[in-house]
Design a protein around this ligand. Structure first.
Ligand SMILES: [Zn+2]
Length: 553
């Protein structure tokens, strides 16, 4: 029989309603053997007592049900976003708040990498925060270099801004016919490239990004970021298994190592396999991918992307539309095709999560799930609305009836809350964005997410957003949609596990479940709610194995 380790802790928050707090947990075979008093844990037989966490707080392993492996990839290139951002080494990259600071940073990188044949490629830039500056163009970037190409990739991943040297290298001129090449008043390309066909013209810049996607170092970086932020399991919401099944080996090689610090789940982006025109082939391929599941790397379902983003004015909004700005709302999948695409997956018992930001999109996805259930009864499908930003109470009531789940983009309240209030949707609708309290009142099982790399990974922050709903300007954006710390912790543990059909294995600390714990310096249920995001993270335990957060210096 293998060994039993008993971990006493200052507090163990179990999320098991039968015994919400215990003083020790016994682990065997990577699973929880017992949670209870120290004596009860010891009663299972010969054991070792490990006091590493004696002064710490254990909570169930936090599960990020919507992030992207890009979070790891982007840690490999310099960061130029507005907000401070954590680094793999445990340090912080400071936010960049002025164009001068941006240009200085680019000059530094140019000097540090002088002589390299590669262009300068940076990520994380978001123009929405620079309200007092003119739009970033090649003219700004030309002040850094006129001979070395520069590629500034935006946080949204929908835009890039490049300098004249990059335009010249790839012959992007006023004659360019590709849509999305933005122009100045004279019709010359101004350096902004909108959406992938235009961005792809700047091949040497995009190549640096694409190379990182399949780089084992990016997967390793993601794992360390999970340990640093207390995430034990992360779902990549947009894996490419249906179009590039051969690339799966990179993930298998890295994630299945014993010393890889997190479990990685994959939800594959909807796409027809090469050469096929039948969605049933895609559904069958997804099942084949799932047949290669291991304890640490699993396929959990399908991802549909139905519209754009609210801050990009590309989400599909119902009446009366956006508050200010130009509506560029676009369907990524025509709504009348949704049932036909989703049905082969639904029929095979594949859980489907759909990216829906605008309220029209949420209606379209709810209508689709209703049709799927009528055509092929499956009562426990747990199909989910991802982002769920403007879901109304009426929509939540329909979702509850249909057995749907919600994954709410709580981090928006902090990162774009003021912009939603002032610019995109206006005060009233901004107060009911990310309406976790309404989801809870109407009986919809929900989680919270970061969408990392869109916002930084870390569930203490997403919990803090849902609990406090405070924006950078200091306003409380919708006090009646605040939830308790307990509800927020439940959302990022059991709520995440439930919407992926994994709640029998994960999400609480109780006998029989995986020994996955988040190890904290303080108890998120008893600290001042405004202090939740500042709680220190010791690290994690995944399958009974401790992984310490990186600490710089
Ligand atoms: Zn996403």
């Amino acid at each position: 029989m293998s060994e039993i380790t008993v971990y006493p802790a200052r507090t163990i928050v179990t999320m098991d309603p039968a015994q919400p707090e215990v003083e020790a947990v016994a682990v065997r075979d990577g699973k929880v053997l017992a949670a209870g008093s120290a004596d009860e844990c010891a009663s299972w037989g010969p054991h070792e007592i490990d006091r590493t966490f004696a002064e710490h707080v254990l909570v169930p392993g936090m599960i990020e049900a919507h992030a992207h492996t890009l979070e790891g990839a982007f840690s490999l290139i310099p960061y130029v976003g507005w907000f401070d951002r954590h680094r793999v080494d445990g340090g912080t990259s400071p936010g960049i708040r002025t164009y001068e600071a941006l240009l200085d940073r680019l000059r530094e990188i140019d000097a540090e990498t002088a002589g390299s044949p590669e262009p300068i490629v940076v990520g994380g830039f978001d123009p929405i925060y620079f309200t007092t500056e003119k739009r970033l163009t090649r003219d700004h970037l030309d002040r850094v270099s006129t001979d070395r190409p520069i590629f500034v990739f935006h946080a949204s991943a929908h835009l890039a801004t490049v300098n004249s040297a990059m335009l010249e290298r790839h012959d992007i001129t006023r004659e360019a016919t590709t849509p999305g090449v933005a122009r100045d008043a004279n019709g010359e390309p101004n350096g902004e490239l909108q959406e992938m066909p235009a961005i792809a013209l700047a091949r040497s810049g995009l190549r640096v990004i694409l190379r990182m996607l399949n780089d084992p170092r990016a997967v390793e970086a993601l794992g360390q970021l999970c340990a640093n932020t207390g995430i034990t399991m992360l779902c990549d919401l947009g894996s490419s298994g249906l179009t590039r099944p051969d690339d799966q080996h990179v993930l298998h090689d890295v994630v299945n190592r014993d010393d890889y610090p997190a479990r990685l789940l994959q939800r594959h982006l909807h796409a027809l396999p090469p050469g096929s025109t039948d969605w049933a082939d895609a559904a069958d391929l997804l099942l084949q991918l799932a047949a290669n599941d291991t304890d640490k790397l699993r396929t959990v379902g399908l991802k549909l992307v139905l519209d754009g983003s609210i801050q990009g004015f590309t989400a599909m909004m119902g009446w009366p539309g956006y508050y200010t700005g130009t509506d560029h709302g676009q369907w990524m999948v025509p709504p009348d095709q949704l049932v036909a695409i989703a049905r082969p997956f639904h029929e095979r018992g594949i859980n489907i999560h759909a990216h829906c930001n605008g309220d029209l999109t949420i209606d379209a996805w709810i209508d689709t799930v209703e049709q799927l259930v009528i055509q092929h009864p499956w009562l426990d499908h747990r199909h989910t609305v991802q982002h769920c930003q403007l879901t109304s109470a009426a929509q939540y009531r329909r979702m509850a009836k249909l057995g749907m789940c919600a994954n709410i983009f709580a981090n928006h309240l902090w990162y774009w809350g003021d912009q939603h209030h002032d610019i995109t949707v206006g005060p009233e609708r901004a107060r009911r964005m990310e309406a976790a309290a309404t989801a809870e009142r109407e009986g919809v099982s929900f989680s919270l997410h970061s969408d990392a790399n869109v916002t930084p990974l870390g569930h203490l922050h997403t919990m803090w957003c849902a609990v406090n709903r405070v924006t950078p300007s200091g306003r409380v954006l919708g006090e009646h949609e605040r939830i308790t710390a307990h509800s927020a912790l439940r959302a990022v543990t059991l709520g995440s596990a439930h919407q992926m059909h994994l709640d029998d294995e994960f999400g609480t600390i109780e006998c029989g479940k995986a020994a996955d714990f988040t190890v904290l310096e303080d108890d998120p249920l008893t600290v001042d709610p405004m202090a939740i995001r500042d709680i220190g993270v010791w690290g994690t335990v995944v399958g009974g194995r401790p992984f310490e957060a990186a600490r710089r210096g």
